[in-house]
Design a protein. Structure first.
Length: 353
């Protein structure tokens, strides 16, 4: 058996490959549902209802989709330039800590500035923290050829250990009764609610605007062309005069900034403070979302809602049938593998010798 590159790749095949991957994933996980002794139709119905079947369910799904959209955008931008950023989880926490450092320290008063000035400073600090965290691995890749998959992945553990040390040390809230969490933001710095009596907040608008902005950047700007060129063929791009190192650095700053903003928006919109369990793996799930979206910024929005709906729906479903919530993790992980295979088969055909 060998793989032979197709002379022409169908755009329809590339568009529908993620949908086929999702259907294949649901078929595979149906076997696990049957193994648990539960009816597949009822289980998937409860999963769908738990994620989208009511105003409350939809609001929880959209709330969960906000950080997933931003980490998905972070991965999509980086992967477009073949900068394989696996460190969005650490960059998210770095952004959250930076937001608290600017807006929540000194007893919760921040820097004692007006909220109109403090809020943009808080967001800028979060974006800068995430960007700088990815800049090092990007420069090591561009200058020294160091594998960024390894460096960005290891930075996640370094950041999480640093967060734990800070939350048990200088950034610990003295009124938290010993619980390792940071000082909370003042109310004026928190994002407003989009729907009353739900948790969905205006961070959803941020996610939508940033998705549209990243799409416009990649589609209609010189930098976007350079990113696509470097991602398609770095040597050919360099031969054509594209500054590959400059482009990789720009991509790293943008990708890290998006992940850092995810942390700041999660703090300002949902938690109000930083804890070690603030993110249930949003940075890693962002990779799945980017691949499901075909690295398209607007597709990231739809993919994040799908993944968030699966995660939220699984919590509700597990209370009604004897299927553990880990089925959601299986669906997300299998979706990633399936979409990789689907995209491969869309570009290559299998030949048997």
């Amino acid at each position: 058996m060998r793989l032979e590159k197709r002379p022409a790749v169908s755009r329809a095949a590339l568009v529908f490959a993620p949908f086929g991957a999702v259907l294949f994933t649901l078929a595979i996980t149906a076997l696990l549902v049957l193994w648990a002794g539960q009816p597949v139709a009822q289980t998937y119905g409860l999963l769908l209802k738990g994620g989208f079947g009511s105003v409350f369910a939809l609001s929880e799904t959209l709330t969960r989709a906000i950080p997933l959209t931003l980490t998905g955008l972070s991965a999509a931008v980086a992967f477009r330039a073949r900068l394989f950023n696996i460190g969005a989880e650490g960059q998210l926490y770095a952004g959250a800590l930076a937001a608290i450092a600017v807006g929540g320290m000194h007893g919760g008063t921040g820097l004692a500035l007006s909220p109109w000035l403090l809020f943009p400073l808080m967001m800028a600090a979060a974006a800068l923290a995430g960007a700088l965290l990815l800049l090092g691995p990007a420069l090591m890749k561009a200058r020294l050829g160091v594998d960024e998959v390894v460096t960005t992945l290891l930075f996640n553990f370094i950041v999480l250990l640093g967060v734990g040390a800070l939350l048990d040390g200088p950034m610990k809230d003295p009124s938290a009764l010993g619980w390792p969490q940071s000082v909370a933001l003042q109310g004026d710095l928190e994002l407003g609610k989009l729907v009353a009596q739900t948790r969905v907040h205006t961070g959803l608008l941020w996610a939508m605007v940033l998705s549209a902005g990243v799409w416009a950047l990649l589609k209609h700007t010189v930098l976007g062309f350079d990113i696509r060129a470097v991602g398609a063929n770095p040597r050919a791009a360099a031969f054509a005069g594209v500054g590959t190192t400059r482009t990789v650095v720009a991509v790293a700053l943008l990708s890290g900034a998006l992940a850092g903003l995810a942390g700041a928006i999660e703090v300002a919109g949902r938690t109000s403070y930083v804890t070690l369990d603030m993110s249930p793996g949003y940075g890693y799930s962002g990779i799945v979302i980017a691949m499901l979206a075909g690295l398209h910024p607007l597709g990231v929005l739809a993919a994040s809602v799908f993944v968030a709906g699966v995660l939220v729906g699984a919590d509700s479903m597990s209370r009604a049938v004897s299927v553990p919530t880990y089925i959601a993790d299986v669906i997300v992980a299998t979706s990633l593998l399936s979409v990789l295979v689907a995209m491969l088969l869309a570009q290559y055909r299998v030949r048997w010798k």
